[in-house]
Design a protein around this ligand. Structure first.
Ligand code: ADP
Ligand code: ZN
Ligand code: ZN
Length: 798
């Protein structure tokens, strides 16, 4: 019998985006499974690929052999294989790119296997003795070396009966972590140990009284024995020392306060019932949980997950990266303990790999993480929760350009599971789907225990200026800060990062210091007196004279967090400020540390950017100040008003979440803008209706889908030429509208000129297929190394 595997290889290009047939050699039959990572010859190279199909014959002539299987348990489940293929279709990406986005980074790197000696009790037979001798001398050898010594079949057998251990070196440096365990041999007679070996007796007593097996370091610490003592016991046949794998657990030394389900309020109960209905009945349903901040959404998540666990199913909880705070993790670990795996980018690669493996091996039932955790390889999903579903970070901005919400719906349909989209400020899309009954809709309008909403006040900064106040703090905000702090309470100050970076400007000629490689102003960094490009990382010292007119009247403008911090110091002497932005949170663990110390009252003010806008729950925070609300209202993006509304509402929600009532002061240069007014008046319904109407009038999502095609080239003329060709190719169909070519707001990045073409389409299957087929034509254009074309799809799939 022959076995043929269909393999998608790790060569992301058009010609290779299909499975290739390989022969499964006899000794690998059974090990090569659907979803396995395999090593295959491809032209002159050896590369990785994923098995997407297995059959008994092939139409291809002269098949090459699969060289190796990389994992014992395939990293991709059959569901994820199907999902990857669907993503390739829907997002116009290569199948391999979709697969690679689903697995931990370390599995994508170079991969080596090393052989170690296993437990000695299983004797090597004749053929393998050479290997045993080698390993006793050298402690490890490469897989290839071992294979040459004993042959492939024998080596596989030795691995199976654990005579040798395979250690995986993935991503060059990340390996599995191992630790020695001591295991008592059954029915040993302790009298076989000479009486004078006191320590050995002690260790044996400890093992007999207590556990039958224990990690070696723990045993040594508990008994005060040393390694030699235990070794001696091993030689007497009393115990066995074994190497076992140990997960790197970022929370190993953390303790979590156990929590029990709270009695739900009436509103919460209704939401809980709506969510658990599809879970109990095991059918697909998406539910928008539209609940004001502090209405107890998280408690509902926790109790719904309980129901999922009762059904012996699994749950994924997505939260935005920046709100994946220790507070959030505490709540899930506190309720579900070891059943929870946590995935986020602040873990080391090894930690993330180990958390992922717990999921793949079925050792945990709940995964909580940022965007990519949507691919958690569970096989029996009952529920997917997306908290703060309106967050833009759920959209991946590189290929595959997916939205986690869409992947969630796809997976939930596959598993007949429920999707919960939770938010105090839903995306306009989800709101629209809820209104039109595509989603179920539950609202929570009250804060838990009747806690009042904060009072929100807007301050017109133009008026402040007229009355002679030139500082960045209005009179109102200044007094409120003073009062709050004198009561021993805390303040959160929010500064929008986007649109408010500090730039360097010449006062004589008006020249702004721009990046040499990008069409964007350089940002001033106070700490090391440099200017930096946030697109390409280009850095230089702050110029002392203008590069254009040589004038020395050059200085930085704008309001960065560093600037605000400086001003706070001048304004409120002695005040204690914690600043949270990209600079202060770049080190691992610093994010957690800063929040913890604010929570413990080590500062009066928490000053920060987007990363403090959501999820935080500090009882003593009773004042929230927004330094400038309108800094992103005018970004050239049809979502900028929606984003402003969401952000301001979220920030406001940080105030007065506990006993003391809260107050919010929003400073703005556009007091009369409807989005700001409606935040202040808590008019959420009115806002959504108005904004939907505007989207409908101007023909934007959710009333249409949108493709944005970005063409970039090192040559400006060629970029434009190609863009015109693309626009012309796409034009001429009544089902959709082609806009452009236009230059985007940032028209050059890393020395590449950018041009965009947009396609607005109605939700019509046929139109999408047509655009796809035209896209294929574009992909077949003659090769131009400098030309890059990206396509981004905004809107629902399927
Ligand atoms: P949200 O996620 O909607 O912002 P949370 O779930 O964080 O709200 O709840 C806000 C606060 O109210 C938390 O401190 C939470 O422990 C508490 N809480 C939630 N539900 C209840 C309840 N049913 N009874 C008492 N306290 C509750
Ligand atoms: Zn100048
Ligand atoms: Zn740059």
């Amino acid at each position: 019998m022959i076995q043929v595997a269909k393999v998608v290889v790790d060569v992301p290009s058009k010609g290779t985006d299909r499975p290739f047939d390989y022969l499964v050699p006899e000794e690998l039959i059974g090990e090569v499974q659907l979803g396995s990572r395999v090593e295959v010859p491809f032209g002159p190279r050896k590369i990785l690929g994923y098995v997407v199909g297995i059959s008994l014959s092939s139409s291809a002539q002269k098949l090459k052999n699969i060289l190796d299987v990389k994992d014992i348990l395939p990293p991709l489940t059959q569901e994820l294989l199907q999902l990857g293929q669907a993503m390739a279709e829907e997002y116009f990406c290569h199948t391999i790119t979709a697969f690679q986005s689903m697995i931990p980074a370390v599995l994508k790197g170079k991969y080596q296997k090393k052989i170690h000696l296993g437990s000695k009790a299983i004797p090597f037979d004749g053929a393998a003795e050479g290997l045993q001798q080698l390993l006793e001398k050298k402690s490890s050898c490469s897989y290839e070396e071992a294979e040459q010594l004993v042959g492939r079949a024998v080596l596989r057998k030795l691995i199976q009966n654990q005579s040798v251990l395979v250690e995986e070196h993935v991503g060059d440096r990340v390996t599995k972590e191992r630790i020695s365990w001591v295991r008592l041999i059954d029915q040993v007679d302790i009298r076989m140990i000479p009486a004078r070996a006191k320590k050995q007796h002690e260790v044996m007593q400890y093992l007999l009284n207590d556990l039958k097996e224990i990690p070696l370091p723990t045993l040594l610490a508990a008994t005060g024995a040393n390694r030699q003592t235990v070794k001696a016991l091993e030689e007497r046949g009393m115990v066995r020392i074994e190497e076992r794998e140990q997960y790197r657990d970022p929370y190993r030394n953390a303790s979590f306060v156990p929590s029990v389900p709270l009695a739900l309020t009436e509103e919460q109960q209704k939401a809980y019932e709506t969510i658990t209905k599809p879970i109990k009945e095991e059918h697909y349903e998406t539910i928008l949980l539209h609940g004001v901040t502090g209405s107890g959404k998280t408690e509902i998540y926790l109790q719904s997950i309980e129901e999922v666990l009762n059904k012996e199913k699994e749950a994924i909880v997505l939260v935005p990266e920046i709100s994946l705070t220790p507070q959030m993790v505490d709540r899930f670990k506190g309720r579900f303990g070891d059943k929870v795996a946590v995935l986020h980018s602040r873990l080391s690669a090894g930690e993330r790999y180990d958390e992922w493996r717990k999921i793949r091996r079925g050792e945990v039932q709940v995964a909580i993480g940022a965007r990519s955790a949507i691919f958690a390889p569970f096989t029996n999903l009952g529920l997917i929760i997306i908290d703060e579903e309106h967050e833009s970070s759920y959209k991946q901005e590189e290929s595959p350009r997916y939205h986690a919400r869409e992947i969630a719906r796809w997976r939930a349909q596959f598993h007949q599971a429920a999707v919960v989209l939770g938010s105090a400020t839903p995306s306009l899309e989800s709101y629209f789907h809820a209104r039109t009954n595509v989603y179920s809709w539950v609202t929570l309008q009250e804060r838990v225990q009747g806690r009042p909403f904060p009072t929100i006040k807007t301050v017109d900064m133009r008026e402040e200026l007229k009355s002679g106040n030139r500082t960045m703090f209005s009179k109102d905000l200044t007094t409120s800060i003073q009062e709050t702090i004198s009561r021993g309470e805390q303040v959160v100050l929010f500064l929008n990062r986007r649109g408010y970076a500090t730039f360097v400007l010449c006062r004589s000629c008006g020249e702004v210091a721009n990046c040499e490689h990008c069409d964007i102003a350089l940002t001033y960094h106070h700490t090391n007196r440099t200017v930096r490009c946030h697109y390409c990382g280009y850095t230089e010292n702050v110029p002392t004279s203008c590069p254009n007119c040589q004038s020395e009247h050059i200085r930085h403008f704008g309001t960065g967090t560093q600037k605000v911090e400086e001003e706070l110091g001048k304004h409120f002497p002695g005040i204690r400020v914690i600043r949270m932005d990209m600079d202060t949170t770049s080190k691992k663990g610093s994010h957690e540390r800063l929040l913890r110390s604010f929570g413990e009252g080590e500062a009066d003010i928490l000053l920060g950017t987007q990363m403090i806008a959501k999820g935080l729950d500090f009882p003593k925070v009773t004042l929230v100040g927004v330094i400038a609300a309108d800094s992103m209202l005018h970004l050239p993006d049809f979502r900028s008003v929606e984003r402003t509304y969401q952000l301001l509402t979220q920030v406001s929600g940080r105030a007065g979440r506990h006993e003391q009532p809260g107050k919010v002061i929003i400073q703005t240069y556009q007091e009369d803008h409807y989005s700001i007014q409606m935040v202040a008046n808590h008019e959420s319904e009115t806002f959504y209706r108005k904004e939907l109407l505007l989207r409908k009038q101007h023909h934007y999502p959710p009333f249409c889908g949108l493709f944005t095609i970005t063409i970039s080239h090192t040559d400006r003329v060629l970029a434009m030429k190609r863009a015109v060709e693309i626009a012309n190719l796409l034009k001429g169909n009544n089902g959709y509208e082609v806009l452009g070519p236009v230059a985007p707001s940032v028209s050059k990045i890393k020395d590449r000129y950018r041009i965009q073409v947009m396609v607005k389409y109605t939700h019509d299957f046929e139109v999408i297929r047509e655009i796809q087929s035209k896209w294929r034509t574009i992909e077949e254009w003659p090769k131009d190394k400098e030309l890059r074309i990206q396509i981004d799809r905004d809107g629902e799939i399927g």
